[in-house]
Ligand binder design. Structure first.
Ligand code: GMT
Length: 376
């Protein structure tokens, strides 16, 4: 099929999922066209089936805010028409679903019937989308998509609770290429470069937004580090990073906390890790946790949103109430203090990721594309 994918090109989970999906579809022989303002960070042009169309913006002194939706919907029309796309799959409702609706309407004027699949990822519903500033347009564009999916059952429930939805919503879990994490383990994992043999390694990966509660990652680590020799890898960048770095100094653990910044090598970094920390306030799914589990890492997280669907309490890691730093530290120590327990949690975590494998999820999206393009 000929598929357009619209996403944020950054390190955020929705962009990562969209990019991995597009590359996997291209690998299976579909023609895939990414439409966004920059080349997606994880996009690797390994096949001639992959194309990238940059959405360009024109500056004008009158604009306080540049009208990205207009430029995006115009670009969608151009690409659909030129390459005869059958489906536009938009990731993250704001503003992609709205821009896709406009593109669909403009294409109808040219007798072209493009189908729109909208995947809701999380904050486009829970934090930003349901805010009165955006809610009307987000609700409208969800209801006017041909197919709507959410990345967890929890996000589906949130969507139905927060909006007046007249469409069926399908849950299609996020996925990962599990083999990528096996390869990193087999060929590139040089643990000694990060920690001494007796030290455990804890990891956190995020965009350091307030919702991730990165200060609590440092607080948990400070408690753990008092009892177990350990290092903490902080991967990513964002508004809370400075606060986290300062807290590490204030709590006297700065020498054991390594801030790596944003990275394209997450699989390689995770191969060092024993425990992954994710104390998020809300999390529709927790792709970062799933990536850690695929690398054989136990997960200490909150029980917010879709996290209990990914991290199984007492099996792949532990869940705690949001803000319960003491419980998260205690659970981390339970795993780290006993080598057999640690080994078992790592095995369980990796095994659970099979449910979210590329092989399981890719055909679900292909079926959705096919089903909507034949119901013309
Ligand atoms: O977590 C973020 O801040 C990024 C955000 C995004 O849209 O890129 O992530 C959301 O989508 C991811 C992929 O589906 C999910 O794994 C994350 O849980 C979700 N984030 C939140 O719900 C806070």
């Amino acid at each position: 099929m000929k598929i357009g994918i619209v996403c944020y090109p950054t390190f955020g989970g929705s962009g990562v999922v969209a990019t991995e999906l597009g590359m996997a579809l291209a690998d299976k022989g579909h023609e895939v066209h990414f439409i966004t303002y920059n080349q997606p960070v994880r996009l690797d042009f390994f096949t001639h089936n992959l194309h990238f169309h940059e959405v360009l913006m024109e500056e004008y002194p009158l604009f306080q805010y540049q009208p990205y939706e207009l430029a995006l919907s115009s670009k969608m029309v151009e690409v659909v028409e030129k390459h005869q796309l059958e489906v536009l799959h938009v990731h993250y409702a704001i503003p992609h679903a709205y821009a896709a609706y406009m593109a669909k309407k403009m294409l109808q004027e040219k007798d072209i019937n493009i189908k729109v699949v909208t995947t809701l990822h999380g904050t486009d519903i829970t934090l930003v989308g349901s805010h009165p500033t955006y809610k009307t347009a987000v609700e409208f564009s969800i209801n006017n998509s041909d197919v709507v999916t959410t990345v967890s059952k929890s996000l589906k429930e949130d969507t139905l609770r927060l909006f007046n939805i007249k469409k069926d919503i399908k849950v299609v879990y996020n996925f990962i290429d599990t083999e990528k994490y096996d390869r990193a383990h087999d060929t590139e994992c040089n643990r000694i470069a990060i920690a001494k043999p007796e030290e455990k390694i804890l990891t956190h990966v995020s965009n350091f937004r307030p919702v991730k509660r990165t200060h609590e990652v440092i607080e948990i680590f400070a408690k753990v580090n008092k009892e177990v020799p350990s290092k903490l890898l902080m991967v990513g960048d964002g508004p809370e990073r400075f606060k986290a770095e300062k807290l590490a100094k204030d709590l006297g653990v700065a020498k054991d906390v390594i801030f790596l910044g944003s990275s394209n090598e997450v699989a390689k970094i995770l191969c060092y890790s024993d425990v992954f920390l994710l104390p998020s306030e809300t999390e529709s799914f927790g792709l970062a946790a799933l990536e850690a589990m695929a690398a054989g890492t136990a997960v200490i997280s909150t029980d917010a949103g879709g996290l209990p669907e990914v991290n199984i309490h007492g099996e792949t890691g532990f869940l705690s109430a949001v803000g319960d730093v003491v419980d998260m530290a205690k659970n981390t120590l339970t795993i780290l203090k006993n080598e057999d327990t640690l080994a078992q949690f790592k095995i369980n975590a990796k095994a659970h990721t099979k449910l979210f494998s590329l092989d399981n999820i890719l055909p679900v999206y292909e079926d959705l594309y096919k089903s909507c393009s034949v119901t013309v």
